[in-house]
Design a protein. Sequence first.
Length: 325
Amino acid sequence: MKKILITGGAGYVGASLVPKLLNKGYKVTVYDLMIYGDTLDHHPNLNIVNGDIRDISLLNSSLKNQDVVLHLACISNDPSFELNPQLGKSINFDCFEPFLKKCISNKIQKFIYASSSSVYGVKKVKNVTEDELLEPLTDYSKYKADCEKILTKYQSETFSTTTIRPATVCGYSKRQRFDLVVNLLTNLAFNNKKITVLGGDQLRPNIHIDDMCDLYITIIESSKKNIDGETFNVGYDNETVMNLARNVKSIIGDNVEIIKLPTNDNRSYHISSSKIKNKIGFIPKKTVLDAIKDLKNAFNNNLFQDSLNNEKYFNIKMMQKINLH
């Protein structure tokens, strides 16, 4: 039975991924600050360590007898990072190399790093492949790119490393986020019957949270020869923000009004996921429409409390509330 340590494992993706791994018979250790509350159900094969990724000694003891590390923990997204750049750098970058060294000394076999498709910056090419030059526009994406470079130095026959550059994740999770584009639009449409689209022509690649989880499981279970030192884009739908809004309206109801306003935000991402399909046969099964339907069902079943204002659904609001430093 493989033992997996997931940093940030109680977060948006982790809260959906961990139950899937437990159902497959893995032993899972979640290393997380748990600032969003209890997002994981008790399970005999689940161990939760309430820890800060910068606490290298606690991290080191948690790595004992683990086989695989999936590194999800970070100050996630640009606004949250910009709220406290020093904090963001300390969590997203400064502790990364010391963490890798502890993984190696603890004989971790496989290390999977969750980077971001935002490392490419704004590109004019139609489909951005993994070979494109990285031109990150923000500190958040810059440090993601810097960590990728560090990780490549540590790839070896005994320490397999893989970098994942995900599109924006969407859909329902027990640790819900409403600060991601599809989730945000669905929240506004369901509750306000009104969506404001800034610009609208910017492309946003998205991936359903179930596919994101299945991808991490696929990497965990892949033979090393297919993933050693590799970097993979992972996305599905490359849609304009306006099309995303129209998709939301089509599921939530015709009474949803879409208001278009100008914007200075020209960030546009359009990633190609053909490499991961060709290399390990991974093809997403769900769409943005599926994600919107899942969220609509969750709303109808009253699974959220005050989804427009509750800080637990918005990373930047929670960061401001707890004043992490």
